[in-house]
Ligand binder design. Structure first.
Ligand code: SF4
Ligand code: SF4
Length: 68
């Protein structure tokens, strides 16, 4: 089963991964703030992740890890 995780210490909350995900399961956590002051991204439903890696490729800050 595929799994996508976000390293919040690297995420800047730009939302590029949210837009690129074909399953629309990535969300920006509005009520969470990272140490650098950003709202981080997170996978809202791991069971729907197909492991395509689009989010990983899109992230400019190398914050995303995708496991198959
Ligand atoms: S693309 Fe990367 S930096 Fe931007 S919101 Fe997604 S995980 Fe965070
Ligand atoms: S690997 Fe694909 S399906 Fe899974 S969260 Fe990233 S873009 Fe979405």
């Amino acid at each position: 089963m595929a799994k996508m995780t976000v390293d919040h210490s690297r995420c800047k909350g730009c939302g590029l991964c949210v837009d690129v995900c074909p399953k629309k399961i990535i969300v920006i956590l509005k009520d969470v703030r990272t140490a650098k002051g950003y709202n981080p991204a997170e996978c809202s439903d791991q069971s729907k992740c197909i492991g395509c890696g689009f989010c990983f490729e899109m992230c400019p800050d190398c914050a995303i890890r995708v496991e198959k």
